[in-house]
Ligand binder design. Structure first.
Ligand code: OAD
Length: 225
C-alpha cells in the first residue's frame, strides 16, 4: 500500500495559519503580484522579504494539529508520501519524514546568483548576501516560476494506491493537476469542509475539518491493516 497525500493550506488552518482564499485569507489582504512574484521582488524586495519574515516568525508560535500528527502515525503502518503546497514545517513536526514541498519552504533561503539553498531560521533583509555573493531570497515558488519538484511529485502520485487530497481549493496549477497522475484503480479522497472544488464520481468527499476527517481515515486504516 502506498498512500500519497496532496495537502494545502487548509490542513494548517487549525494550527492558526491563514489559508489563501478563504474569507480574510492571505490573498484578500495582500496582492499576489506584490508579494509572490519575481516582478514584485524586483520592484520592492524588502516588502517581499518582510511578508515572508512575518510568516517565518509565525512558525515559532504554531504547533502541528491532529491532522499532521495522524499522518505521522500513518507512516508507522504503511508507505506514505506527502506532497504539500504548504511552506510551513508542520508535517515534519507532526512526525512525517517523507515530505515534498512543491511550493518551497519558509525555513529555507536561496542565492539569487547560484540558486544554492541555505537553512533560514531568522529574518531576511536586503543586503543579506550568501558566501557566493548573491542576495538571499525566500526559497518559495512564486507565481510565474516553475516547480522544480513537479516531475518527482508526478512520479510519486503515479505509484499511489490511495491519494488523499487535504485542505486545498485545487485552484492552483500544476499542483491541482497532480490528481491526473493517479493510476487506474487508485482510491481518491478529498477532505475539505468546502469540498466543491473536486466534482468527480470516483472521488470520495469528506466535507469536514482536516483534524477530524484525517484522524478518522487513519484510524480506519489502522483497524483494517
Ligand atoms: P487555499 O486558500 O486556496 O484553499 C484552502 C482550502 O482549505 C479551502 O478549500 C478551504 O475550504 C480549506 N480549509 C479551510 N479550513 C480547513 C480545515 N480546517 N480543514 C481542511 N480544509 C480546510 O489554499 P491552497 O489550495 O493551499 O501558493 O492554495 C494553493 C496555493 O495557492 C498555495 O500553495 C499558495 C497559494 O497562492 C504559493 O504561494 C505559490
Amino acid at each position: 500500500m502506498h498512500i500519497v497525500i496532496l495537502s494545502g493550506a487548509g490542513i494548517s488552518a487549525e494550527s492558526g495559519i491563514s489559508t489563501f482564499r478563504d474569507s480574510n485569507g492571505l490573498w484578500e489582504n495582500h496582492r499576489i503580484e506584490d508579494v509572490a512574484s519575481p516582478q514584485g521582488f524586483t520592484r520592492n524586495p524588502q516588502l517581499v522579504l518582510d511578508f515572508y519574515n512575518l510568516r517565518r516568525a509565525q512558525l515559532n508560535e504554531v504547533e502541528p494539529n491532529d491532522a499532521h500528527v495522524a499522518l505521522g502515525d500513518l507512516e508507522k503502518l504503511c508507505r506514505v508520501s506527502i506532497i504539500t503546497q504548504n511552506v510551513d514545517d508542520l508535517h515534519e513536526r507532526g512526525g512525517s519524514t517523507n515530505v515534498l514541498h512543491i511550493h518551497g519552504e519558509l525555513r529555507k533561503a536561496r542565492s539569487l546568483k547560484t540558486k544554492k539553498v541555505y537553512d533560514c531560521l531568522g529574518d531576511l533583509n536586503v543586503g543579506d548576501f550568501c558566501p557566493d555573493g548573491g542576495q538571499l531570497r525566500p526559497h518559495i515558488v512564486w507565481f510565474g516560476e516553475s516547480l522544480p519538484l513537479l516531475s518527482k511529485a508526478e512520479a510519486t502520485v503515479s505509484t499511489a494506491t490511495e491519494f488523499w487530497i487535504i485542505g486545498t481549493s485545487m485552484q492552483v496549477y500544476p499542483a491541482a493537476g497532480l490528481i491526473n497522475s493517479t493510476p487506474f484503480g487508485c482510491k481518491i479522497y478529498y477532505i475539505d469542509p468546502h469540498s466543491a472544488a473536486v466534482k468527480c464520481s470516483d472521488v470520495t468527499t469528506l466535507a469536514e475539518k482536516a483534524s477530524v476527517a484525517v484522524r478518522g481515515l487513519v484510524d480506519e486504516k489502522i483497524a483494517n491493516i
